[in-house]
Ligand binder design. Structure first.
Ligand code: PMP
Length: 417
């Protein structure tokens, strides 16, 4: 994989001198994606699943082709793919279309204390509402996921196990850990929700092999546009899915006089109540993000054409090693990268300095046109637990070159002069 060649496909990167090291927040977009969105608006723009005219049918076909492309990308079936507005939306969908009516007082949820707020706060809110118990899995002091703690916390009371397949601060977990957690969750009959926001652009995900019930990710982290995300729902869970946002496009029949949402589904008799559509349409109320879905399709096609996961992992490994070597020069820098017994590859490195505030480091780097993320990265509890206010995160993608890392390190070295 040649990162320099790949970079040429990204107009923002080829036409500016920015050293973009914030791909874990959002990835840059190749021409193919920008063109696909622009072409859609120029040639095929119309509502989907509504109009009975050729243009609307064409738009519907493109939208459904995008769903098929997502399904193929993660080896799932089209009906298992719900388009959402992003990972946050997808997780909220699991919470309110499935968990809210399924999880009852005393039921337990297990999740790591290092989760992104998107996969933490929603469960805290639901726990409050439904009187659920959340068991937080510890991170060790050297930033590793504590597998023993995780496995011990999954018991017969656990109804949901949820975690990011790759942490947005600490990077990837060993695959063996993920397999062990999923196996334990299956053993006790708990459902599994994985946040794949960071994983999907960096590791192969195969829903036929994974054993995962729900998977959430955002299009914008895998070269797609903002405003589009995916919720995969394994079809064996379809009968347990209620609704989330209510409105047009997700209902089979509606009448005046209904008072209880979803009661037609619950009782199967009260015909004056709305009858929701089948999955995935019951979860796609309103006009969906059509152009964004088409942009995501283009992003996945681009990814398949240009990127081989194994080569990307090797490339990111080389960048990581180089960066770590350079960071180690500074005694005050604490690198927040776990060292597992098994090798794991990473697309990001987080660190903090005992001398400089993370925001000051990012602001300094910005003077050199180097873009990194600084802050608590939407994971305040783990920063508090580690006793730090903020950290710096450097993240890569296929277009990140060794030169980018050198530019960052050079700018950082100037700070220490
Ligand atoms: N989970 C993780 C692990 C993330 O990194 C992010 C984005 N930073 C999210 C969830 C939320 O994604 P989005 O803002 O696209 O909904």
């Amino acid at each position: 994989m040649n990162a320099l060649h790949i970079k040429q496909d990204f107009p923002l990167l080829r036409s500016s001198s920015v050293v973009y090291l914030d791909s874990a927040a959002t990835a840059q977009k190749p021409d193919a994606v920008i063109d696909a969105i622009s072409n859609f608006y120029r040639t095929s723009n119309a509502p989907v699943h509504r109009g009975i005219y050729a243009l609307a049918e064409q738009a519907t076909q493109l939208y459904e082709d995008a769903r098929k492309a997502v399904a193929d990308f993660i080896n799932a079936e089209s009906q298992e793919i719900v388009f959402t507005s992003g990972t946050t939306d997808s997780i909220n969908m699991v919470a309110y279309a499935w968990a809210a009516d399924t999880l009852k007082e005393g039921d337990e949820i297990v999740l790591p204390e290092s989760e992104h707020h998107a996969n933490l706060l929603v469960w805290q809110q639901l726990a409050h509402r439904n009187k659920l118990v959340i068991n937080y899995v510890k991170l060790t002091d050297d930033f590793k996921l504590d597998l023993n703690d995780f496995l011990q916390k999954i018991t017969h009371k656990t109804k949901l196990v949820t975690f990011a397949l790759s942490s947005h601060i600490f990077g990837n977990y060993p695959q063996e850990y993920i397999r062990a957690i999923i196996a334990k969750a299956h053993e006790v009959g708990a459902k599994i929700l994985c946040d794949a926001a960071q994983a999907v652009g960096h590791m192969k995900i195969d829903m036929q092999l994974s054993g995962i019930d729900f998977l959430a990710f955002s299009g914008h982290k895998i070269f797609g546009p903002t405003g589009i995300g995916v919720l995969y729902v394994n079809k064996k869970n379809f009968s347990a899915m209620g609704v989330y946002r209510i409105g047009g496009g997700m209902v089979q029949s509606a009448q005046l006089g209904c008072t209880q949402l979803g009661c037609a589904q619950l009782s199967g008799e009260q015909l004056s109540c709305p009858e929701w559509k089948e999955m995935p349409y019951r979860l796609e109320a309103g006009t969906p993000p059509i152009a964004q879905a088409i942009g995501l399709h283009a992003a996945l096609s681009y990814f398949k054409e240009k990127i081989v996961y194994q080569e990307l992992a090797e490339h990111e490994d080389t960048l990581t090693k180089h960066l770590l070597e350079r960071l180690k020069k500074h005694d005050d820098i604490v690198i927040m990268q776990p060292r597992y017994e098994q090798p794991v590859h990473n697309h990001l490195v987080s660190f903090y300095s005992k001398k400089f505030h993370a925001h000051d480091i990012a602001a300094w780097l910005s003077q050199y046109n180097v873009a990194v993320r600084a802050g608590h990265h939407c994971a305040q509890p783990i920063h508090q637990r580690l006793g730090i206010v903020a950290s710096v995160r450097v993240s890569f993608h296929a277009y990140t070159t060794m030169h980018d890392i050198d530019m960052l390190c050079h700018a950082l070295d100037q700070l220490y002069k």
